[in-house]
Design a protein around this ligand. Sequence first.
Ligand code: HEC
Ligand code: HEC
Ligand code: HEC
Length: 209
Amino acid sequence: MTEKRHIDRFPIWGVALCLLLVQCQSNNGDLPTKSVFEQSIEPEKTAVLTENVKTTPWKPLNLDGVHDPANAVLSYLQEPDEALSLLSVAPEPGGNNVDWVEALESGLISPRSKIQPDWKVNNLDLDIIMPNTAGMPQVVFPHRQHTEWLDCSNCHDKIFKAKTGANQFGMLEILQGEYCGRCHGAVSFPLTQCLRCHSRDHDQATLAK
Ligand code: HEC
Ligand code: HEC
Ligand code: HEC
């Protein structure tokens, strides 16, 4: 079950920060002539990817309801569509609409797994099934996808005791930002993407993906 390959791990905000840093560096007073993504992704790959993305869920900055459309400096910022459409689109809309799990696994992004050379990278391939989901499909918590981004200490034992069934919580606590909700809906995919967590039928047949 455990697969051996180069695995990178970095908190999701790290990715955003890196992008920002790369962008700032390349700015150097002048405006970049090429986007960060044009520079870092090989042309063949870009062509295939843009072809796959038929519709884009990303609003332009002047219409996103966050940025001031009257601010002239807006034109200096990279449009989300330009940057994010080169990555994998999430299975359900919401958040920044990127499937970061897929982006990592397909090698589109390759964040550093550690900063300190002597840091030990811990990965674990272990699914935990959480069956108390009433009428919804059961939840499968995958350690593999999490430990590709995070360290054990990000969750154990402050958020979760490392024992199956030892943590009693439901959707209410999650929606209030506890347990899974510490990250999901904040820095990882949003809580509206129900079926990414509720992915297992009660009769044991796993749903698509
Ligand atoms: C994103 C959060 C998260 C990360 C990161 C994480 N875990 Fe877990 N871990 C969980 C959850 C959730 C459970 C299930 C708890 C429950 O059932 O109440 C769990 C359960 C466990 C269990 C209990 C398994 C059993 O058979 O009872 C062990 C052992 C464990 N984790 C070890 C690790 C190790 C080692 C790492 C790092 C390589 C790690 N975990 C990383 C969230 C995490
Ligand atoms: C980040 C993962 C995640 C997402 C996203 C998610 N859930 Fe849950 N949900 C859980 C977990 C974990 C439980 C608790 C399972 C357990 O204790 O066995 C749960 C429990 C539930 C329950 C059982 C009753 C309760 O209150 O605990 C329902 C109903 C439910 N979720 C509905 C939804 C719906 C509807 C959505 C989308 C709007 C959703 N969930 C999104 C993880 C998630
Ligand atoms: C410490 C932060 C953190 C906590 C707590 C956390 N997650 Fe995650 N989760 C992530 C990150 C980061 C990813 C990978 C990037 C992304 O999809 O946003 C991820 C990915 C996942 C995936 C993989 C989806 C896929 O497409 O393969 C599932 C399923 C998931 N989380 C469910 C849960 C459930 C259920 C819980 C609570 C029991 C939970 N997570 C708690 C951070 C967290």
